[in-house]
Every structure is written in structure tokens, then in C-alpha cells.
Design a protein around this ligand. Structure first.
Ligand code: AHR
Length: 325
């Protein structure tokens, strides 16, 4: 009898504790769903935050996540996808490093009956049935936002002519192509703007630094008015170079960047960067919602974009909404 009371008390205590945690337990049957996730690398703070977002969201949803990091190598991503097919995962999620070269491996996934969700980056293919859905930024709109900021800034400064150097991301990746196109589509009809150079910084801080050195050597410290960087990591490398050369960032050279990581937003608040276009890495929860819907037999929207905007020196930068990740 006394043993029965003790067991009852333990049960009440355990129930009470799980109630205190205030978290919903993942549905029991989610645990049997295996998601194979091929991450493309760890090239930037954005990418690292994106990996964390995926891991946390999978844990919260109760899915088993098999993750492979390809360290910026397309062959490793292809190998990872093949291993997910061999393992017979329920869903494959992957972030393609470049747009081309996926048709064969995705055809294998399709033949094995495993649905594929593209996360963050798109692929170029004649056969849209090779993936079920895309979730990630509208990179073209991001490029447009960068261009629109520049037009507004040129108007405000009364600038007659601005020479722009672009440091672009990984050649042939979706953000590289679309951030460039969106930006050019906004500024190219305007005679005040000339893009004097465009160099590949591969989304890496170290390469951003090298690119800035190379650009300043080529065009002279007075030969560049604007640097447009396709991500914050590369822009932080640019800042290091400008500081060493005693060039005032955000004043002597206007700086426009994309992502919204904390260091870049802090630099914007300090007047060292002029515009930060947002690109959220926190895609994990929305990816897991898609996995849940897919495994429940629901039809997914083909393209899913998060809401994003931009912060710039035209904004009230004391607003608590202006913050980085
Ligand atoms: O694909 C998203 C881009 O990849 C981010 O802007 C960049 O920081 C990352 O490396």
C-alpha cells in the first residue's frame, strides 16, 4: 500500500515537472521520420546559424536528422544524397552549392520515391519534378533592395557619378546570380552608376579581405565610391582592409552588404556600413513544417520565401527591431 502511494507521488511529480517545462512534446510518430540533410559547408556566419536552425528545429519537431556537411564540394553533396537514398530516408533536404549538375542524383532520389526539398538555394533543371519544394530567400529581391538603397543614397548626396566595385558570392550559386541581377536591374539604366569591377569572394571573409586588397590596388584608394558585397562575411573582411589603410568605411566608400549578421548590423549602427539587406538563416522551423506536411500527404507550395527587408542609414537605428542574428 505504502509502495503504491509512493509510486503515485512520483507519477504526479513527473507529470508536474513535464508541465512546468511548458514545451509540447514532439508527436511520438515523428521520431520514425528520418530527414537526410546535406549542408553545403560552413563558409559564413550565415551558414553556421542556418545549420543550428536546422538542428534545433528537427529536434523540436522530433524528427531524426542525418546531416552531412559537404565543405563546399559539390561531389560531397552528391555522395551525401546517394547515402541518404541508400539509407532510405523519408525526405531529403539540401542546399545546393551551385545551380547545375544535380539532375542525375535527383533522378535517382525520384526513382527511389524519396521527395526532395531544396533549402536556401535553387537548382537549374529542365525537370521541376526532381524537387518537391524550394524554401529560401528571394535573392533577386535582395539584390533589388541593395540597388534601391544606392539610388536613394545617390539622390540624397546629389552624386553625379558613383564607381561601384562588386564582391560577389560563389560563382554560379543562386544568391550570386540573383543578387547580381536584381542589383543591376535597378541601377543599370541610370547613368550615375558604373560597375568598374566584379570579383569572386566565394562568400568567405578571408576572400573578402583579399578582394578588397586587390580592388584597391587595381583602382587606387580614391578610385572606388561604393562596394557592394554579396554577404556580410566578405564585407567584414573589407572593413579590416579599409581600417588598415585608414580609409573611412561608410564615408570615403559607401558599403552595401547582405545577410544581417550581428557584426554587420553593429557596424551599420556605428556608421561603418551604410546598408544591410536582410537574408534570414533561420529556415529550420519552416523546413520542418514542410516535412511534416509532406509526410502527412499534403501538397506543398512549390516556392516558399520568408519575409525580409533591409536596414540602412536612412532608418532609425535605435529601433529595437534593428538587430542582427
Ligand atoms: O545562400 C545564402 C548565402 O550563403 C548567404 O548570404 C551567405 O552568407 C552564405 O554563405
Amino acid at each position: 500500500m505504502r509502495r503504491g502511494i509512493a509510486l503515485g507521488l512520483i507519477l504526479i511529480l513527473l507529470l508536474g515537472l513535464s508541465g512546468c517545462a511548458g514545451k509540447q512534446e514532439p508527436a511520438a510518430d515523428n521520431a520514425s521520420i528520418v530527414v537526410g540533410f546535406s549542408q553545403l559547408g560552413s563558409e559564413s556566419s550565415w551558414r553556421i546559424a542556418n545549420t543550428v536552425s536546422m538542428e534545433q528545429a528537427a529536434k523540436e519537431a522530433g524528427f531524426s536528422l542525418m546531416m552531412e556537411n559537404a565543405n563546399q564540394k559539390q561531389e560531397k553533396q552528391i555522395d551525401a544524397i546517394r547515402s541518404f537514398i541508400a539509407y532510405r530516408v523519408d525526405v531529403i533536404v539540401f542546399s545546393p552549392i551551385v545551380e547545375t549538375g544535380w539532375d542525375n542524383v535527383l533522378t535517382e532520389a525520384k526513382q527511389a520515391g524519396i521527395p526532395v526539398i531544396l533549402m536556401d538555394r535553387m537548382i537549374e533543371t529542365q525537370d521541376d519534378s526532381l524537387y518537391t519544394a524550394y524554401i529560401g530567400a528571394d535573392f533577386y529581391a535582395e539584390g533589388q533592395r541593395a540597388g534601391e538603397y544606392l539610388v536613394r543614397k545617390a539622390d540624397a548626396l546629389g552624386a553625379e557619378h558613383l564607381r561601384i566595385a562588386e564582391i560577389h558570392g560563389t560563382t554560379d550559386s543562386t544568391p550570386m546570380r540573383d543578387r547580381q541581377k536584381g542589383f543591376m536591374d535597378v541601377i543599370s539604366g541610370d547613368p550615375r552608376f558604373t560597375v568598374i569591377d566584379s570579383v569572386d569572394g566565394d562568400f568567405l571573409r578571408s576572400k573578402g579581405e583579399e578582394c578588397a586588397q586587390q580592388l584597391l590596388k587595381q583602382h587606387g584608394t580614391e578610385g572606388i565610391d561604393v562596394i557592394y558585397s554579396h554577404n556580410d562575411s566578405m564585407m567584414l573582411g573589407v572593413l579590416d582592409v579599409l581600417d588598415k589603410k585608414k580609409i573611412q568605411p561608410g564615408k570615403d566608400i559607401l558599403l552595401i552588404t547582405v545577410d544581417g549578421e550581428k557584426d554587420a548590423v553593429d557596424a551599420l549602427k556605428a556608421g561603418r556600413i551604410n546598408c544591410v539587406v536582410q537574408c534570414t538563416p533561420d529556415l529550420g522551423p519552416a523546413v520542418m513544417d514542410l516535412v511534416r506536411d509532406l509526410t502527412a500527404g499534403k501538397e506543398l507550395p512549390k516556392v516558399n520565401h520568408p519575409d525580409e527587408g533591409a536596414f540602412s542609414d536612412f532608418d532609425n537605428l535605435n529601433d529595437p527591431a534593428v538587430e542582427g542574428f
